[in-house]
Design a protein around this ligand. Structure first.
Ligand code: NI
Length: 221
């Protein structure tokens, strides 16, 4: 492994190891692995892809009062110590700042191919069985209910509305997760996303059957 990648991996591991919101080191590890796989099917700078994947959650806006710049600041400080070209650091930090989901109706930012690849890898980890596990882990971490039949999912109009949202964990499937398969950038990720999306639909169907409630009806799904 490239020495600089190894040091970045070590840095991230130390920072995120005991994280319990679903954005722990192993989430980053899976995103890194999947990003490498996706990058092999695209023409991309593998070094940039790996740095972004490893540093993408180093300081998530969700935990810093909606501040989108902290993650890229920490990443930039760290990468500067590794004697990495300034242009590469700027590219990595720009992607980290743009990459995260900010609400269903928020216009997504234009990303380089390296950014698109990591965004896909990050989104794949929000889908399927792992996505379900992470959703409820995050819900517990932010003190949300699992489900409330009286609170219907909504599509957030903008980032401000999305970040203030405190709806039950189950609503997150309708507000974000089931939208992701149509938002994938690369063909490779799209294929995996479709399978994982199907599994989430099965999970939701079963969930409502077990509790004998009517499933949420949503026009866009
Ligand atoms: Ni992530």
């Amino acid at each position: 492994m490239n020495k600089k990648i190894e040091l970045t991996l070590e840095f991230v591991k130390n920072k995120l190891q005991k994280e319990s919101s679903g954005h722990d080191f192993w989430h980053v590890y899976r995103v890194w692995k999947n990003a490498i796989k996706i990058a092999q099917t695209e023409k991309a700078d593998m070094f940039v892809v790996q740095l972004v994947a490893l540093l993408h959650d180093i300081a998530d806006w969700k935990f810093f009062d909606g501040d989108l710049t902290i993650g890229s600041k920490i990443a930039s400080d760290f990468l500067s110590q590794l004697d990495i070209d300034k242009v590469i650091i700027e590219h990595v930090c720009e992607i980290i700042q743009k990459i995260s989901f900010k609400g269903a109706k928020t216009k997504s930012e234009k990303l380089s191919i390296e950014g698109q690849i990591v965004q896909d890898a990050d989104r794949l980890d929000a889908l399927g069985a792992i996505g379900i596990a992470r959703t409820f882990a995050y819900g517990g971490f932010t003190k949300r209910e699992i489900y409330d039949p009286n609170i219907l999912p909504i599509l957030h109009e903008n980032f401000d509305q999305y970040k203030k949202n405190k709806s039950p964990s189950l609503n997150h499937f309708y507000e974000k997760l089931l939208l992701l398969k149509d938002m994938m950038n690369t063909q490779y990720a799209k294929k995996i996303a479709e399978e994982r999306d199907l599994f989430m639909h099965q999970f939701l169907k079963r969930f409502f059957e077990e509790i004998e409630e009517k499933p949420f009806k949503f026009n866009h799904l």
